[in-house]
Design a protein around this ligand. Sequence first.
Ligand SMILES: NC(=O)c1ccc[n+]([C@@H]2O[C@H](COP(=O)([O-])OP(=O)(O)OC[C@H]3O[C@@H](n4cnc5c(N)ncnc54)[C@H](OP(=O)(O)O)[C@@H]3O)[C@@H](O)[C@H]2O)c1
Length: 269
Amino acid sequence: MKTVLITGATSGIGEACARQCLAQGDRVVAICRNLDKARDKFGAEIEAGRFVPLHYDLSCNDQLYKLCMDELKPYSIDRFIHCAGITLMQKVTSTSHDVMLKMFETHVFSLTEIVRALLRLRKSEQELSMLALSSMSSPGLTCIGGAYSMAKASIDYYVRLINKQLNATSRKYLPLTPEQLAAVDALEDEAQKEFVRTKAQAQSGLMVRINSLAPNLIDTPMINYDFLQSQGLNVHLIPMDVVVQEVFNLLENKYVSGKTMVLDIGAID
Ligand SMILES: NC(=O)c1ccc[n+]([C@@H]2O[C@H](COP(=O)([O-])OP(=O)(O)OC[C@H]3O[C@@H](n4cnc5c(N)ncnc54)[C@H](OP(=O)(O)O)[C@@H]3O)[C@@H](O)[C@H]2O)c1
């Protein structure tokens, strides 16, 4: 059983990911701004201790690192999915400082504070995979996306940057599986043992990974379909199950880190 930390687990993509985790037998720890909503949606799982809601509003994160260090310690987080987000269809020239700040707090600074805490809390041999929801409007550069697109582009850059810090020079590989260890032990020649062990180690994948997923539109409470069409945008929707599958594919791919996976129905050149 894995323990998966999720933000935005009470709606849309985050909720679908939380339900997938629960269906797989994993435990969810969720950072939610609305505990009543969490109880309405996951009451039975909360009772059973399989969904643990932590109360925090991610639009202001000066206490978030401390909350994570204090509250996440007992749970030993294996996976992190950052889905919390708000949208704003407004050009940057019309966007005030306060609105810009809220956008960055909710999408970006929440991510940087949680990742900082998770890296600190991770035990030395523990696999940790993290994924943040970006958006196609980051690589796609749509003016109407404004501050939202800027925040998503920051997420994509952060993912590259933190991966470089973690994996570019002193990459940490996952430990060998019991089967690989048995295969090494079965060899008699010490030089041969060392060769096989080193080769297996180099193929075993990364211990700590972080990626982002930049999808086209998904039908959730965030999306105002009529408005987008009225703006003359060519609106394509990606089914929720496809997005959730991609989230878990990317989370569990041990050989990919520091990347933004674009799920755009071929929309970006
Ligand atoms: N839907 C799309 O077409 C689309 C496309 C590309 C990327 N994305 C990204 O995917 C992610 C999930 O979006 P969604 O479509 O699933 O939207 P959604 O249904 O509106 O869900 C957003 C979630 O974020 C939470 N949230 C917002 N502000 C918060 C705050 N200050 N503190 C704590 N939680 C907060 C919401 O909490 P409440 O439940 O309490 O409201 C909600 O659970 C977002 O990052 C979004 O930008 C969405």
